[in-house]
Each structure stands twice: as structure tokens, then as C-alpha cells.
Design a protein around this ligand. Structure first.
Ligand SMILES: Nc1ncnc2c1ncn2[C@@H]1O[C@H](COP(=O)(O)OP(=O)(O)OP(=O)(O)O)[C@@H](O)[C@H]1O
Ligand SMILES: [Mg+2]
Length: 325
């Protein structure tokens, strides 16, 4: 809609993870290298985590592109991981092109192991990639652990890549999964972009879709600073904000995007409204919960006309404990 007005060949801020748009930040580079070399050097078990919308699926698609170039690699790619252990195995077996219908768990495991071991004996690499792995249940993660046991004296025969949101870290850190955690060979984490990378990110996307060599500045520095402030450097949010800002500026026939328009879009998308549950995810969970609980109790006390026993700004029990420690 706005493309020709702004001299663009296509929309620069599509939210599908398209590898041709990859902007190589230091962290994305390191994470992609960890995934790729983990697989190529047959490290066995690689884990990548990161907040929602930071680019994990995009990196997996880049990894798949790289792996497709090698004839010795076969992979199964699973992205809907709310599966029972049997469904999980069924999906993997059929993605490797083996018959899976009507087989029970033992038969599926047997076929899969045969397949992986035969390939390994022939010097071929076999990879299992699971996106959204934070949805895997403890039972299915136990199947993953069993699969990590497929090895010779020198190397792992099945390369396993698990990718997911930070809840995956929590699951892997749980006592129940200690055995699986000990098998992780490479573990990396994607963080949101900093302000400089946000600028590079926006400019690189615009460069890729520019229709001609005109170099009008569509997103001046102050506008980019506003995008960073509202998106907190999360690429998916950057895309949503920028896309909607372009639409809005086009409607107003503005030659470039202003910080005010970015603020409007952020307000429309309620980006600054953070529910307590999301605040927890952003960092200060225990402390915030306790403060909230204390406030509710104090409100309750005041509504019952009882005298207040603790000032609302007095340190919470957690802060007090931290000071004693
Ligand atoms: N380094 C990058 N270069 C270009 N685009 C990026 C980059 N990182 C993220 N993006 C873009 O941000 C958007 C979100 O990325 P993606 O879907 O990969 O996030 P995710 O971490 O898998 O999110 P979720 O946790 O919700 O699955 C996509 O449009 C993707 O193309
Ligand atoms: Mg994803």
C-alpha cells in the first residue's frame, strides 16, 4: 500500500522469519554459529533459548538453509512440540521419511535407532531440530534424553537441537531433568537488540527493499530511538511498530516517520501496558509478587479500618532477607 509512496519494492517489516532479511548482530551470529558447528562437529545436544520474538525461528531457518547445502545431512524439523512421547516419535520417524503409521512406541524407537545408527556407520549426519521446545513435557524430554544416548565411542550419532523460550531453560534446570542437562554440549541465549543494533536492523531491512538508489531517511535517529524505547529491542515488536508507523505516515502523507507516530502506534498496541504476569517474566518476579501481595493485604486491612501495621514503602520481606544475607 505505502510501498510505491516510499520507493520500496516490498514491505520491509514483514513478521515472518525470512532468512533473506537476516541482520547479523553479534549475538545472532554467535547463536547461529553455535547451532551450525554444534551439528557439524557432532556435539550431540545443542540448546538455544531467547525471549519471545528475538529471532530463534529465523536462526533455525538459516540453519536449515545451511544444512540443505550438505548432501550428508538428514534432518527432522518439529515445531509443534505439545506432543505425547509417542506422537513425538511418530512425527520424527515420518519426517525422516520412514513409515510410522500403526506402530507403537517401542517399534518407532527401534526404527529410529536403526535409521540413525546406519547413517552414523556410513559417516552421515542425522539431526533432530525442535522449535518451541519449551512446550515439551517432562515425559517427552525424557525421550529426548534417551535419544542422546545414541553414540559410538567417538561421537554422537543423533544431533539434537532444542530451541525455545526461557521456560525451556527453567525446565532443563529442574532437578528432574539433571541427566538431560548434563548432556547439553552447547547452550546459547538470544537477547533483544541494543539501540545501535536496532538502528542497524531497521536500516538493513529498508536497504534490502529500496526500489532505487535514493537515500531519503525514512526513519531518522530520533524515530529509531522511539522504536527502541517501545520495542525494548525485540525484533518482532520493532517490525510491528515500524510497519504500522509506515501505514500511518502514508495515510498522513508524511515524507518520513516521526517519533510522535511511533508513540501513537505504541499506544494503539498498548505496548507500554505490562500485566503483572509479564512483569514477572521481565525480571523481578519474587520481589514484585510479594510487594503486590503486601499491598493487597494492606488494602484489606485499611478497608477493615484496622490500624496499619507496616508502612507501604517499608522494605518487603525479600528485600529484608537480601540485606540480612
Ligand atoms: N537478526 C535478525 N535479522 C532480521 N530479522 C530478524 C532478526 N531477528 C529477528 N528477526 C525478525 O523478528 C521476527 C521474529 O522472529 P522469530 O519469529 O524468529 O522469533 P522467535 O524468537 O522465534 O519468537 P517466538 O519465541 O515467538 O517463537 C521475524 O520477523 C524475524 O524475521
Ligand atoms: Mg519462534
Amino acid at each position: 500500500m505505502y510501498e510505491s509512496f516510499y520507493n520500496l519494492k516490498r514491505g520491509p517489516f514483514d513478521i515472518t522469519p525470512d532468512p533473506s532479511f537476516l541482520f547479523s548482530t553479534k549475538r545472532h551470529n554467535e547463536a547461529l554459529a553455535a547451532l551450525y558447528y554444534g551439528v557439524r562437529w557432532r556435539k550431540g545436544f545443542v540448546v538455544l533459548t531467547g525471549q519471545v520474538g528475538t529471532g530463534k525461528t529465523l536462526l533455525l531457518r538459516c540453519l536449515l538453509q545451511l544444512l540443505k547445502q550438505s548432501k550428508d545431512v538428514a534432518y527432522a524439523y518439529l515445531f509443534s512440540s505439545r506432543l505425547s512421547p509417542t506422537e513425538f516419535l511418530q512425527y520424527i520417524v515420518s519426517d525422516f521419511g520412514l513409515p510410522s503409521g500403526g506402530k507403537n512406541k517401542g517399534e518407532l524407537l527401534f526404527d529410529l535407532c536403526n535409521f540413525v545408527v546406519n547413517r552414523g556407520l556410513n559417516g552421515l549426519t542425522t539431526v533432530l531440530i525442535v522449535d518451541e521446545a519449551h512446550h515439551l513435557s517432562a515425559e517427552t524430554l525424557e525421550e529426548v534424553r534417551l535419544l542422546t544416548n545414541l553414540e559410538t565411542a567417538e561421537q554422537k550419532l543423533l544431533q539434537i537441537v532444542l530451541v525455545g523460550q526461557p521456560e525451556l531453560d527453567d525446565k532443563l534446570d529442574s532437578v528432574k531433568l539433571t541427566q538431560l542437562k548434563q548432556r547439553i554440549a552447547i547452550r546459547s541465549h538470544l537477547e533483544p537488540l541494543d539501540q545501535e543494533d536496532t538502528k542497524g536492523y531497521i536500516e538493513s531491512r529498508l536497504r534490502l527493499v529500496r526500489a532505487n538508489s535514493h537515500t531519503e531517511i525514512l526513519f531518522p535517529d530520533k524515530t529509531i530511538a522511539a522504536v527502541f524505547r517501545h520495542s525494548r529491542g525485540i525484533p518482532r515488536l520493532i517490525n510491528t511498530i515500524c510497519e504500522n508507523a509506515l501505514l500511518s505516515c502514508y495515510a498522513k502523507q508524511l515524507p518520513s516517520v516521526t517519533p510522535e507516530v511511533i508513540d501513537e502506534v505504541a499506544r494503539d498496541f498498548r505496548l507500554n501496558v505490562v500485566r503483572p504476569a509479564e512483569v514477572d517474566k521481565l525480571g523481578g518476579f519474587d520481589e514484585i509478587d510479594l510487594q503486590r501481595a503486601a499491598r493487597i493485604l494492606l488494602d484489606l486491612y485499611s478497608s477493615m479500618n484496622r490500624p496499619l501495621t507496616r508502612d507501604i514503602d517499608a522494605p518487603s520481606p525479600v528485600a529484608a532477607r537480601a540485606r540480612q544475607a
